[in-house]
Design a protein around this ligand. Structure first.
Ligand code: ADP
Ligand code: MG
Length: 174
């Protein structure tokens, strides 16, 4: 069995996420994870400057006791889709699509809406439904246009728009 951290919420593909308090969670980047905290924080900050779809970055910090780099972010409490009327979900989906497009226009593409089928876990577990609508977490593989260039960015956007359609059917169809 994998090591369990105190207050752990999830142990994902790369990094465990723990609760810090009622309002904040921390994604842990320990020595043995190869993902880059600086790059993830920068992408999050970039998306946060465009709109509120991606959860808010609070700060990057260092936990002396455990020797962890931590990415502290706003904590959200997701609901099951099916606890809301389908009409309401359709409205939230429209807002979600608009906000995704706004991010694309702003030069940010999330790239992890739909989990590839060869990776375990829920298909859309980076899309969280809150009482104020849909939010996105996990910008680990997100891309910023100025870093990846026009061509690659356009390809990512095209792919994301297709994933959003699949998400839409799932979100309103169960
Ligand atoms: N801001 C948050 N609020 C509440 N739960 C979160 C938050 N960020 C992450 N989590 C929980 O931790 C899990 C893993 O986080 P994520 O950033 O998606 O990392 P991974 O790369 O492991 O998929 C999420 O699926 C969710 O259950
Ligand atoms: Mg994830």
């Amino acid at each position: 069995m994998q090591k369990r951290y105190p207050h752990q919420l999830s142990y994902g593909a790369n990094n465990p996420v723990i609760a810090l308090n009622e309002k904040e969670v921390a994604k842990i980047f320990s020595q043995d994870t190869r993902s880059d905290i600086g790059s993830e924080a920068e992408k999050m900050k970039f998306a946060n400057a465009v709109n509120d779809l991606v959860v808010k970055l609070v700060r990057i910090d260092y936990d002396e006791k455990n020797k962890w780099d931590i990415l502290v972010m706003e904590r959200v409490y997701p609901f099951d889709y099916r606890s809301f009327e389908v009409e309401k979900r359709e409205l939230w989906l429209d807002v979600f699509k608009d906000e995704i497009k706004q991010l694309h226009q702003g030069g940010f593409v999330h790239r992890d809406i739909r989990r590839p089928s060869n990776i375990t876990g829920d298909r859309f577990d980076n899309v969280l439904l809150t009482n104020t609508g849909l939010r996105l977490i996990d910008v680990g593989i997100s891309a910023i246009k100025k870093n990846v260039g026009e061509k690659l960015f356009a390809k990512y956007v095209e792919n994301e728009l297709a994933e959003i359609e699949i998400f839409g059917s799932y979100f309103t169809g169960r």
